[in-house]
Design a protein around this ligand. Sequence first.
Ligand code: NAD
Length: 263
Amino acid sequence: MDLGLRDRVAIVAAASRGIGFAAARELAREGARVFLCSRDLERASEAAEKIHAETGAEVSALQADVTSDEDAEKFVNAARETAGRVDICVTNAGGSPASTFGETDLEMYRRAFELNALSAIRLARLVVPAMREQKWGRLINITSISVKQPIDGLLLSNTIRAGLTGWAKTLSTEVAADNVTVNNVAPGYTLTERQDELATARSRNTGKSKAEMIELWASQIPMRRLASAEEIAAAVAFLASERASYITGVTLQVDGGWVRSLF
Ligand code: NAD
């Protein structure tokens, strides 16, 4: 299937590693012109060079912290000044820490809202008006399966991402007539550095080894394994594509069957 992504201009946030990196690489493989960012310019540049070497696509790296208004604006402006427009925006950031209700103070909620909700809303505010004018746009938020089935111990993710999902659905309705789609990709347990860190944190609390933690997660997944970042990225590329032109307002879980609900 030709995804129709050749020469589309994509920005991918938080993409020096993990799911963001894999999404940037998949879009580049499909022929998109990619701009990626991370808080650290060196790491972002290494990621861009790696993707360019693998795909031959033009990939630019920028330093931007997605919790900063100024950095987000610089990121979007750089893409626009170089490529003339932004067609695809993939919002992403690091994950909020694992905590229970008793361990979570108000400041932690505020930080999680900044990191996992406002970071996406901020980028959307910068790109969606022009997408509406050009009558073509794709906004894809990386969220989590926690929006369909909350995960024990991930109070902040369970709380904040549900809010972002409500926001995305509302936005999708407002902009649909302008041929701008808004969707979320909700990864299940995915083998990235983040997951490695979570396994270490959980193993400290449970007395299990990191490998045992990963095995335990795998045992709860019908496919009996964690996802690769590439498997999440494939869903991002599809939703970004011309082929997904009539899909908007959805959360596509990519979880090996982990979520047990019907929708
Ligand atoms: P990761 O920690 O491996 O990578 C996160 C990337 O974001 C890194 O490149 C990091 O430098 C960058 N980043 C972090 N904070 C940033 C900021 N403020 N500004 C700019 N860049 C920033 O994480 P991942 O596993 O790839 O996960 C990506 C997202 O998906 C996270 O929000 C995570 O919670 C969510 N998620 C992951 C899983 C999983 O199993 N890995 C499952 C569900 C949801």
